[in-house]
Design a protein around this ligand. Structure first.
Ligand code: CTP
Length: 399
């Protein structure tokens, strides 16, 4: 699900050096399928030329509060009505003051005053301006009226100083925009817990037992659930994938850590999707010091069983149904007898659905083949597809 597809977005650009990043933002929104109309103030046009935005959005830039459309309609009125989301990035201190006080003397402030669409502000300014009570009070006023504010970060500022006031990065702005657009999506109001990646079991201070799981499936599911409006808790053992904006992230290492995090996060959750590949065994003991090869010609490491997390969830679902998620989805990664093994796991772990994947070809790949098996006995055999697409089918099917 792509909440940006065919969505009309007005991107307001005001006079700050951060305006150069807005070209990347405009391009990203356009590539996501949005109809992007840039409205620039005169000050913004000193930093970046309108042609830059026209080139990436393929639409004329709105500059003049008195301009008419080709159909002789008042441009700012047309876009105030047509916009489904207004993003102002960068939003200067001056713009925040104007919006807080209801000015409408440029095309952007006129659109904002007239619109019923949600407004997302990404302020950018010097730290002194940001901290000034005038700015903070204006922001409070705008938040109270329902505008969304993506706080600036700390770092290098236009003046060369360091401090708070840097505009949020385009990726964050797109992530927050996605949350706003998805707020009435099919999973709005639902809490979804998703696990991702293979766990690691320590042998000694420098070695682990692990597996090839990349975490990509879990991250694709988190992205998809966010795009459908869910509140997402992502429990992950990987740190080399971009964090899905808006997800609550819990980092884990071992299967025991994962169990603890799942038990904590699943309280009050509507859905648990176990895309992680937890190690089933761990060394019976972890050596305190690095194991030296001179000590022996061969090395045998005794392993003990790790808890079965979905087994534990199944027990809780039976004994205290109110404390467990309404829907639980598992994965079955199998080298042989894929469907028979998957169905056994579906029953044993009391799942609503299991996603059966052949391994090793699934691990790390962007394209995946899967069969979905449900509690009611139905099977859905899917052709190979990108993990993002499979995530969408899984969420469609689990409902
Ligand atoms: N799983 C779990 N706890 C474990 C191991 C796996 O909750 N200790 C979950 C996985 O996240 C997955 C499902 O159980 O959703 C099936 O995992 P898989 O590794 O295929 O099966 P196992 O139960 O570990 O059985 P086996 O390794 O013997 O095939």
């Amino acid at each position: 699900m792509n909440p940006f597809q065919n969505t009309t977005i007005v991107l307001g650009v005001t006079g700050s050096i951060a305006a150069y990043k807005s070209a990347a933002l405009a391009s990203q929104l356009y590539q996501l399928g949005a109809h992007v109309h840039v409205a620039m103030t005169d000050a913004a046009a000193h930093f970046v030329g309108p042609l830059t935005f026209e080139s990436v959005t393929h639409r004329p830039v709105l500059r003049d509060v008195l301009a008419l459309t080709a159909e002789s309609e008042i441009e700012h009125v047309t876009f105030a009505k047509r916009a489904q989301l207004i993003i102002i990035a960068p939003a200067t201190a001056n713009t925040l003051a104007k919006l807080a006080h209801g000015f409408a003397n440029d095309v952007l402030s006129a659109i904002v005053l007239d619109t019923r669409a949600p407004v997302l502000l990404a302020p950018a300014m010097e730290t002194g301006m940001w901290e000034n009570p005038a700015t903070q009070e204006n922001l409070e006023t705008l938040k109270r009226r329902g505008m969304f504010v993506l706080e600036p970060g700390a770092g290098n500022l236009a003046s060369g100083a360091q401090g708070k006031g840097r505009m949020a990065e385009p990726n964050e702005i797109v992530g927050q925009a996605r949350r706003i657009l998805a707020r009435n999506g099919p999973l709005a109001g639902k809490r979804v817990v998703i696990t991702a990646g293979g766990t690691q079991e320590a042998i000694d201070p420098v070695r682990v037992i692990s597996n090839y799981s990349s975490g990509k499936m879990g991250y694709a599911l988190a992205d998809e659930a966010l795009a459908r409006g869910a509140e997402v808790s992502l429990i992950t053992s990987v740190d080399d994938l971009p964090v899905p904006f808006g997800a609550k992230i819990t980092r884990v290492v071992s299967t025991q850590d994962l169990l603890n995090a799942v038990l904590q996060e699943m309280c009050g959750a509507d859905m648990l999707i176990m895309a992680a590949a937890p190690a089933d065994f761990r060394p019976a003991s972890r050596a305190d010091q690095k194991i030296k090869k001179e000590a022996a010609a061969e090395l045998t490491i005794p392993l003990v069983r790790n808890p079965d997390i979905l087994g534990e969830v199944a027990r809780i679902r039976t004994e205290q149904p109110h404390a467990a998620p309404r829907r639980v989805v598992g994965f079955a990664a199998e080298t042989h007898d894929l469907l028979a093994n998957a169905r056994r796991k579906l029953e044993r772990k009391r799942l609503d659905m299991i996603v059966a994947n052949p391994v090793p070809q699934t691990f790390g790949s962007d394209i995946v083949q899967a069969t979905l098996l449900k509690q009611d006995g139905s099977e859905l055999d899917l052709p190979p597809m990108p993990k993002a697409e499979l995530a969408s089918v899984i969420l469609d099917q689990i409902g």
